[in-house]
Design a binder for this molecule. Sequence first.
Ligand SMILES: Cc1cc2nc3c(=O)[nH]c(=O)nc-3n(C[C@H](O)[C@H](O)[C@H](O)COP(=O)(O)O)c2cc1C
Length: 449
Amino acid sequence: MHKLLSRISKLLSMSRRSLSPSSSPRPSKRAKMDHLTKEDFKNGVFLAPMVRSGALPTRLFALKHGATLVWGPEIVDKAILHSTREVDPVTGVVSYNGVSRAIFTTHPIEKPYLIYQMGSADPDLAVQAAKIVMQDISGIDLNCGCPKPFSTHAGMGAALLTNPDLLCAILVALREAMPSHITVTAKIRLLPSQEDTLKLVERIVNTGVSALTVHCRTRNMREKDRAVIERLREIVEFVEGMGKDIAVVENGDCKDWEDAKRVRAVTGAHSVMIARGAESNPSCFSPEPLKDVETTLIPAYLNLSKYLQNHWSLTKFCVGQFKGTRMQVTKADSLAMRQTLSQAKDYSDMEHLMTSLTGEQEFQQIIEAIEKKPPREHRMLLTEISLPHDEQDHEEKATTITPQGTQNPEPPGSGAPFLPNDTGKPHTKIPGHDATTPTPSGVLSLTSL
Ligand SMILES: Cc1cc2nc3c(=O)[nH]c(=O)nc-3n(C[C@H](O)[C@H](O)[C@H](O)COP(=O)(O)O)c2cc1C
């Protein structure tokens, strides 16, 4: 084991980039604050909203490696209402702190690309919550797809799919209350019938949204069920026919940048959104994603997360999800690293695997990468893409209904993990404390790192 770890350390030193150490901490330059338009939702490859996995360091790595826009994890409206906004004077990290934990953290560098996702079942609360965070974000997205009981029992998430009046009332209220430079969008799932889906889509588009994401699974489908992306083309054409210039964003089973071309060719979607592919490797937005994540992504991620004071438990969770093609790193090396990670109690237990690059230098590289190649310019402008034969056949045969046998009696979940105290049970409400939300717990004790 010791031998394997020292081999990883050796590989790490081989992969270290030469970078002159910064003499003094350079305050991060604020990104150019231009506003999103409907066009910004086209030709993009986006980071999907992911509770826990969509943490700030992950979003920053996604942007560094080419994600066009990034969605934050779903935050329930009530959760943010009683938070206190604090800015770290050294890193610039903006933290919305609840009584017992940080509800949401962001950094000004991501603001031009950041869509804040909200869970809500109440137009007034949605507007109040949006007003709290609007200075730090570019758009608000309404989660209309989460099938987990913590969302649906309160009428949020996928419950909105069968309550279109409420769904649209929230979108209308947000659109009316937000200044025009804050976009309002929605993320839905397919309804079992295509006809009902089109009716819902029509109503949503008429609320004035700037884009619509469609997760190509129904509420009752599991993540392992193939996303029925073939149903999306008709939806895209329908939305285009409405003449409102709204982008339809495909979500479901897109792995990476290369795969996004296939998905766009099959669906005609204006953009593609990736969740689990990015959870495994946030550099999947690049035509050349990082390989050997044990010596490339993971050390850099640990350094950056430590510098940004990302809570260790959140970092540990995210790092545990990373995997990618191995070139130099052996399976044994990878296993040894993961074993060390599983036993690590804080950043210091992983220090031997961190690069000589400091977290601050890592952060400067991210800032430079975003400033040098703004993600909005990293567009997927499609030339003609021809589908492989078997996919063309598949497309022709595709039905417009959810495949038989995939409609589970229990809403199985969007993949959003249950929190330790959320395993199917309703959240315990702490009176006078933070409202329930599917965001990670225990993210407040930033100074304990
Ligand atoms: C860890 C995890 C957390 C998620 N959290 C959210 C969330 O907060 N809001 C949301 O709308 N969807 C959430 N989802 C669903 C994804 O955004 C996406 O719709 C789904 O995973 C399908 O995309 P994929 O096939 O690229 O993974 C989550 C998924 C995962 C894996």
